[in-house]
Design a protein around this ligand. Structure first.
Ligand SMILES: Cc1cc2nc3c(=O)[nH]c(=O)nc-3n(C[C@H](O)[C@H](O)[C@H](O)COP(=O)(O)OP(=O)(O)OC[C@H]3O[C@@H](n4cnc5c(N)ncnc54)[C@H](O)[C@@H]3O)c2cc1C
Length: 298
């Protein structure tokens, strides 16, 4: 099992319950769940928090014999009847089947000043980092659902939020847009391109952006920039191992099988639509049952 988010944990538990010998390699058990505050759509659990759910995932796994290798990354996989998995520690091991559940991470903006100021004003997780900007002016880059949700969350903590959307229209659901428009301290700028994030003495102080219609370049003073332009699958280490889309999603069929026999995948790293916890868990269970079936036949 590579990955310890909802998909990887579900897959690990299902595999252990089938009596398979399971090793989980995970950079961070809990995955994206750890970056989430309130979760209200995990069916049968009306309300929980990210840290609580991450703890519950860990606790559920502890009921089974699962070897956990946390804080390690898989760097490379050699395919074949026996697959060799190379870890960031320099170790490697062989396995007949692999389940990839490496999820996704925040997409970066790619403008000057972003990388250099991560943790000094540039942030990706409003739930985690919002409180550091209490009473300050911040920007949210991206006017999709996650951007507008972030703006609404932040508006309760910070002094003001300005949303910068590249397109002439917001992509977020109308219900969210209406809520944002009703807030006094949220301003929405459309059709603007972020050009750079400006810092002074190691702290973000302003953002430079261009009005795409008038081409006028402007600077806005602020203390924080939350980048909310989507997620990218954690699949770079799978190049030339399994088929992927041009977005880096692992192509799977309805059983979670990849293009490589014996390698299965599930959750946010795959082509499965609608990236959600309950979906990742179901996909993990499915991939695990398919891996068990594969082992029976091979
Ligand atoms: C801020 C935020 C809020 C969200 N809120 C909700 C919500 O309310 N409800 C909901 O249903 N969904 C929500 N989601 C989406 C949900 O968290 C994801 O759909 C879900 O976590 C996907 O599970 P996953 O196991 O596929 O991947 P992830 O949770 O991304 O887990 C991936 C795992 O793989 C590990 N990993 C990655 N690369 C490697 C590597 N090379 N080697 C080893 N390990 C690796 C990671 O450390 C992690 O353990 C939210 C997401 C975010 C970011």
């Amino acid at each position: 099992m590579i990955g310890g988010g909802p998909a990887g944990v579900a897959a690990a538990i299902y595999a252990a319950r089938k009596g398979l010998k399971v090793t989980m390699v995970a950079d961070r058990i809990g995955g994206q769940v750890k970056d989430t505050l309130g979760i209200e759509n995990l069916i049968s659990v009306p309300k929980t928090t990210g840290p609580e759910l991450a703890g519950a995932l860990q606790q559920h796994m502890d009921d089974y014999t699962i070897t956990k290798r946390e804080h390690l990354r898989v760097d490379r996989i050699e395919k074949g009847a026996l697959k060799t998995v190379h870890l960031s520690s320099g170790e490697s091991f062989e396995t007949k089947t692999l389940i990839i559940a490496t999820g996704a991470k925040w997409r970066e903006l790619g403008v000057p000043g972003e990388q250099e100021n991560i943790g000094n004003g540039v942030a990706y997780c409003p739930h985690c980092d919002g409180p550091f900007f209490k009473g300050k002016d911040v920007a949210v880059i991206g006017g999709g659902n996650s951007g507008i949700e972030a703006a609404l969350d932040l508006a309760g903590i910070v002094k003001s939020v300005t949303v910068f959307e590249f397109l002439p229209e917001l992509k977020a659901d109308q219900v969210l847009v209406k809520q944002a428009e009703a807030r006094d301290n949220i301003t929405i700028l459309k059709n603007v391109a972020t050009r750079q994030i400006i810092a002074d003495n190691g702290k973000v102080t302003a953002i430079e952006y261009q009005d795409r219609e008038t081409e006028q370049v402007r600077t806005q003073d602020l203390a924080g920039v939350f980048v909310q332009i989507g997620l990218v699958p954690n699949s770079a280490f799978l190049k030339d191992v399994v088929e992927m889309t041009r977005f880096g999603e692992v192509v799977i069929n309805e059983k979670g099988e990849t293009s490589e026999p014996g390698i299965f995948a599930c959750g946010d790293v795959t082509t499965v639509p609608y990236k959600q916890i309950v979906i990742a868990m179901g996909e993990g269970a499915k991939a695990s049952l398919a891996a068990f079936e594969y082992l029976l036949k091979n």
